[in-house]
Design a protein around this ligand. Structure first.
Ligand SMILES: Cc1cc2nc3c(=O)[nH]c(=O)nc-3n(C[C@H](O)[C@H](O)[C@H](O)COP(=O)(O)O)c2cc1C
Length: 378
């Protein structure tokens, strides 16, 4: 049997190859996370949807309404919130670095809590995936001067990224302080915890990738060096938050997105990160599955097996993410590959996702046109 309430930080109680009994819904079971009692294991994954109309990157009442509509999720993770003006990667991104932001977010968390929900703030920095048009004419910053080869949304539309400026060691320390300050603001704003955005193509994965990080100082040059920034940021956040309220999102199998490509060092780097996170004991690792074809590259062993590969390497709570439906989520929890499962796109068109799962109701299809900058649409 699957335990409905494993203790936070405990390894999953079940690893079985037996088929899940038909009609059973492990994803609707309760879970305890860092002392929070989650009524179900359905997590709303981060989506920065650029809905704000505020000129100062502050949340607006629509943000509060949007998250409160989704308060029945076991846990809500906000879309990426930027820790400083330099961290910004789009015109309508939300920030958490000044008083107006804290007040706006307090309204959001109060509204979600009044609806009985739980909400973590996702803290992010775009690094090189930004643009001078978003940086007052200055170059974006990154571990090394390597163009991430991506697209970035600017006030004049989608634009190619440029070659960023390499961060000095002093500037790296300043960014770590920005994370600490943002974590403090998240606490003042009434969040239940924070998730460090270490996924996709942004600053932390830029440090972890030897395709983008060519540094020879202590922040690069070796597996340990490339992981240093991540753990210094986590330590800074842990000076503000109890570790049981700090999650980390990672996407170890990202490949072929602009300059992000897997070398033979990438998988060992992430294995080292998982190993070290056992000592850090975060609330959870939020693990994004492969979204791209990894056959024939050094990540080929991860194909369709990202959760299975990393699950045995981490003894704490694991949230699985990426392309799940109800059946796959139930199976992942039943087989012990994840403790919770997160959904992003399905939550846009189905604010009542948990209820639909519980009642076996059909989901409203996803409409990609409603994903970004569409106000209340979606
Ligand atoms: C509109 C949109 C915005 C997103 N913004 C973020 C973000 O701010 N931070 C993040 O970690 N992931 C972001 N993601 C990725 C999702 O959190 C998730 O990892 C991905 O969509 C896969 O989950 P799904 O298949 O359930 O949608 C975004 C996805 C979408 C569709």
């Amino acid at each position: 049997m699957i335990s409905s309430k494993p203790l936070a930080g405990e390894a999953p109680t079940l690893r079985t190859t037996e088929d899940r009994p038909s009609g059973s819904h492990p994803v609707l079971g309760t879970f305890e996370l860092g002392g929070l009692k989650l009524p179900n294991r359905v997590v709303m994954s981060a989506m920065a949807r650029a809905q704000t109309t505020s000129s100062n990157h502050a949340p607006i009442p629509l943000d509060a309404e949007y998250y409160a509509q989704r308060a029945s999720a076991g846990l809500i993770i906000t879309g990426g919130i930027y820790i400083s003006p330099q961290a910004t990667g789009a015109p309508n991104d939300l920030g958490i670095y000044n008083e107006e932001h804290v007040n706006g977010w307090r309204y959001v968390t109060d509204t979600v809590h009044a609806k009985g929900g739980r909400i973590f703030a996702q803290l992010g920095h775009s690094g090189g995936v930004s643009h001078p048009d978003l940086q007052g004419g200055n170059l974006p910053v990154a571990p090394s001067a390597v163009n991430p080869g991506s697209k970035v949304f600017t006030p004049s539309g989608f634009t190619d990224t440029v070659t960023p400026r390499e961060l000095t060691r002093g500037e790296i320390r300043d960014i770590i302080e920005d994370y600490r300050h943002a974590a403090e603001n998240a606490k003042d704003a009434g969040f239940d915890g924070v998730e460090l955005h270490g996924a996709n193509i942004y600053l932390i994965p830029q440090f972890l990738s030897d395709a983008l990080n060519h540094r020879t100082d202590e922040y690069g040059g070796s597996l340990e060096g490339r992981t240093r920034f991540l753990f210094e940021v986590l330590d800074a956040i842990a000076s503000v938050w109890n570790r049981g309220r700090i999650g980390v999102k990672l996407s170890p199998s990202l490949h072929g997105v602009g300059a992000f490509h897997a070398t033979e060092n990438l998988l060992p780097t992430y294995e080292l990160v998982f190993h070290r996170l056992n000592d850090f004991r975060p609330a959870y690792i939020h693990l994004a599955r492969t979204i791209n074809d990894v056959s024939g590259i050094p990540l080929a062993s991860l194909r369709y097996r990202v959760l299975q590969h990393f699950r045995p390497r981490f003894s704490g709570t694991m949230i699985g993410n990426g392309g799940f439906d109800l059946d796959a989520a139930n199976d992942a929890i039943w087989h012990g590959d994840a403790d919770l499962v997160s959904f992003a796109k399905p939550f846009i068109s189905n604010p009542d996702l948990v209820d639909r799962f519980a009642r076996g109701r059909e989901l409203t299809p996803i409409d990609p046109k409603s994903h970004y900058q569409c106000g209340a649409l979606g």
